[in-house]
Design a protein around this ligand. Structure first.
Ligand code: PHB
Length: 558
């Protein structure tokens, strides 16, 4: 008997695809895009909202960074690591050109790492973007492995869609007819590398080399990308090929399959407990959609060859038969594959919102959380980073105005008399803190500003110990602020979150008691999103300028 597929999972995946390709999507748009009934779309959306993968903003539906857990599972399983992403960023710094890694995906090329230096180009590709093989350098390397059926499928696709309209990452507008792919494949077979001389848009040029697996098949393409205003296509190749080849050799030397688990050792990273959701939403909650997505996430530890069903069932807490039906459905939809008894996720998982979400910057990720916090406490909330001896506003949700000056993104204040500055200074190594306090000696900005160095150090020590700081009319009369740190996955303080309000007549401790729980919950939710989004994108986080870790501080930022 053929295995049954899980319909709610299929419908959920269809809704996620529709959400991933369009902007400002409403439920009605999803009905049109998927052909599903409105009531089905509503249940799928309610389930995705409950799982934290979709956020409602008025009538509009937005994917949340948490959804990137699915793509992260694929990226981790494919053997990528933060280390590989950081090396790509370093190579981009060294060459002063964009550098990317891509994998074959059907007759397309999907990016799995991007370190961008975009100059005079209208396009900037992100992790998860898909290009047609005939319009990029990696395509010529990957097509060398195609069999007759793959070539036939490719010819049919190009005949039906010569401009590549089905590839949302391509810039709009008429595309020139691509040069003969078969001929480019032959040429790169001879030379061992491939060229893109303005196949995507005028000016954009790229050189790619293969990173081969143990069997000699191209597993990744490593590309350097530039512009004709800087190099000719040939000139770029001459310049970058030696370093690309060296880096490819390094990537080939990495162990392909590091079994990260011993069977039975896999613990659920997110125990699937849907009882509350089911009780709350009743039939509006599609449990089998939640289960299917949990199975997809559980494929993350499948380095190299894949994971056996028992490990997937153990990781999700699902019965084997249920996990198997989910896997079967994911295979039908092109998101997973199995070899014998081992299952692994496929690059197509990245089409489930990853490319769209990997375009979000730090502030984009922080802002929905700030809006929610400001709505909850009815005060303005902000995120700042340390820039020299100043705090710099990078994200903000304003409700009431409590400052005499208006704060906008880019506003700066000295760090020492502000709650956010104190949280940031408290997160520094001691010498760095001391250096910054000497560089900008505290001045009395109000009659309450703490200026005595010893007293200020004591304030900062307390902020470090308590994980929070206050400033009570020290920057400006009548202004009170409470702040908590935002940390990266390694636990370094990278930003500060605050709520500011009128000082009023209540004792400071009362204000702290009233605001702290909401501040802490917001910081935790923001950190969870940031860690998910930054896992394979080292350029996302505001970088610490002190003390520079290896490879940090000079990362590419877009
Ligand atoms: C890119 O990384 O953006 C890239 C790579 C290869 C190409 C074009 C663009 O041929």
């Amino acid at each position: 008997m053929p295995e049954e597929s899980v319909r709610p999972l299929q419908r959920g995946l269809a809704v996620l695809r529709a959400l991933a390709v369009a902007e400002q999507v409403r439920a009605g748009d999803l009905v049109r895009a998927t052909g599903l009934a409105r009531s089905t779309v509503d249940r799928v959306v309610a389930t995705l909202v409950r799982l934290g993968h979709v956020r409602e903003h008025g009538q509009e539906l937005h994917l949340t960074p948490r959804l990137m857990e699915l793509g992260n599972a694929y990226l981790a399983a494919s053997g990528l690591s933060g280390e590989v992403a950081a090396r790509t960023a370093r190579l981009a710094d060294e060459l002063d050109e964009s550098v990317s890694l891509a994998v074959p995906d059907g007759d397309g090329v999907r990016f799995v790492t991007q370190a961008a230096r975009r100059r005079a180009m209208s396009v900037a590709f992100r992790i998860g973007d898909l290009l047609p093989a005939e319009r990029c350098a990696p395509g010529a390397l990957f097509a060398a492995e195609w069999d007759e059926a793959a070539w036939a499928a490719w010819r049919a696709r190009v005949a039906a869609d010569p401009g590549g309209r089905a590839f949302p990452a391509l810039p709009p507008g008429p595309a020139s007819p691509p040069p003969d792919l078969a001929e480019r494949v032959e040429r790169s077979r001879e030379t061992g590398w491939a060229l893109d001389d303005q196949l995507i848009e005028p000016g954009l040029i790229a050189t790619a080399v293969p990173v081969r697996d143990a069997a000699g098949r191209p597993r990744y393409a490593l590309s350097a990308v530039s512009h004709t205003s800087r190099h000719t296509a040939r000139g770029l190749a001459e310049l970058v090929l030696p370093r690309l080849r060296e880096e490819a050799a390094y990537l080939e030397s990495l162990p392909a399959a590091v079994p990260p688990y011993a069977e039975g050792e896999l613990t659920p990273d997110q125990p699937l407990d849907t009882a509350d959701a089911k009780a709350e939403l009743g039939p509006g909650f599609l449990q089998s959609l939640a289960r299917g997505l949990a199975v997809l996430r559980a494929l993350g530890p499948a380095r190299g060859e894949g994971l056996p069903l028992t490990a997937i069932a153990a990781a999700t807490g699902l019965p084997r038969a249920t996990a198997r039906r989910c896997l079967h459905t994911l295979e039908l939809e092109g998101y997973a594959a199995h070899d014998g008894r081992l299952y692994r996720p496929l690059p197509r998982v990245l089409e489930l919102g990853y490319a769209r979400l990997s375009r979000l910057g730090f502030a984009d990720i922080a802002e929905p959380h700030l809006r929610q916090l400001a709505g909850r406490v009815h005060q303005s909330a902000s995120v700042t980073v340390l820039d020299g001896t100043d705090i710099l506003y990078v994200a903000r949700a304003a409700t009431v105005r409590v400052m005499s000056v208006s704060i906008t993104l880019g506003t700066r204040f000295p760090a020492y008399p502000t709650a956010m500055g104190r949280v940031l200074l408290a997160g520094l190594p001691p010498q760095e803190r001391a250096r910054l306090l000497k560089a900008d000696p505290p001045r009395p900005l109000t009659h309450r500003t703490v200026t005595d160095p010893a007293a200020l150090h004591a304030v900062l020590d307390r902020a470090a110990a308590d994980g929070r700081a206050t400033a009570d009319e020290e920057l400006e009369e009548g202004l009170r602020s409470v702040a908590v740190p935002i940390k990266n996955a390694e636990g370094d303080v990278i930003a500060a979150l605050n709520v500011a309000q009128h000082a009023g007549t209540a004792p400071l401790e009362e204000t702290v008691r009233a605001l702290l729980p909401a501040l802490r919950e917001t910081a935790a939710a923001m950190e969870a999103d940031l860690h998910t989004a930054a896992r394979f994108n080292g350029g996302l986080m505001p970088w610490r300028t002190y003390p520079p870790r290896s490879g940090e501080g000079a990362r590419s930022r877009t």
